[in-house]
Design a protein around this ligand. Structure first.
Ligand SMILES: O=C(O)[C@@H](CO)OP(=O)(O)O
Length: 215
């Protein structure tokens, strides 16, 4: 049975400041670097064989630290990037006008094809995340891949595997450097295909980051 580990990158400067990143980028904080070292130790213990990472800076840095510990190569995969949040990227969460907040709400309340101007819909995010995940099925037998990606992107993947709409990702708390695990199984009794084993595990972190909304 193929086990795939999903890791959100370490805490960044804009995560700490409650600013919207999307496909824009900010560096890991000192805490984010520490989280990455801690998740790397866990990855080494798990016997991770392949690291597939979003090509944004924060995921690349997190992946580099994990790859160093595990002694494996990184494959950069742009389909693992965070949701494109268009004109709202770089903005502080608390600075949005009513109209801007309305655009953001379209994403999280399931409005068909809702998107922030110049941004991406949750359906588009879900489609590209599933396409990236499918590449794991082509790895050699016995591989144990780790995908390094983002909060909404991974939340959308886990939600849709569970049969929930993509916007149900808001109901999952995937903190920085949390680990989720999904397995690909063939079973006449249980669901065949992807199943969720764990979501948002932070037991390897001595000081888990608060998520953006709890700050
Ligand atoms: O883009 C952002 O602001 C957040 C949203 O969850 O994503 P990331 O996981 O990249 O910090």
């Amino acid at each position: 049975m193929l086990q795939v580990y999903l890791v959100r990158h370490g805490e960044t400067q804009w995560n700490a400041e409650r600013r919207i990143q999307g496909q824009s980028d900010s560096p890991l904080t000192e805490k984010g670097e520490t989280q990455a070292w801690q998740v790397a130790e866990r990855a080494k213990a798990l016997g991770i064989t392949h690291i597939i990472a979003s090509d944004l800076g924060r995921t690349r840095r997190t992946a580099e630290i994990i790859a160093d510990a595990c002694g494996c190569e990184i494959t950069l995969e742009p389909r693992l990037r965070e949701l494109d949040m268009g004109v709202l990227e770089r903005r502080h969460i608390d600075s949005l006008t009513e109209e801007e907040e309305g655009w953001r709400r379209q994403l999280v309340n399931g409005t068909a094809d809702g998107r922030i101007p110049d941004g991406e819909s949750m359906q588009e995010l879900s489609d590209r995340m599933h396409a990236a995940l499918a590449t794991c099925l082509e790895l050699p037998e016995g591989s144990r891949p780790m995908l390094v990606s983002h909060g909404m992107a991974l939340g959308c993947l886990v939600s849709t595997i569970l049969g929930l709409p993509a916007y149900a990702e808001r109901r999952l708390r995937l903190r920085n450097c949390s680990i989720s695990r999904i397995d690909y199984q063939h079973s006449p009794w249980l669901a065949s295909g992807w199943v969720v084993e764990t979501a948002g595990d932070v037991s390897h972190l001595d000081a888990p980051a608060l998520d953006e909304l709890q700050r």
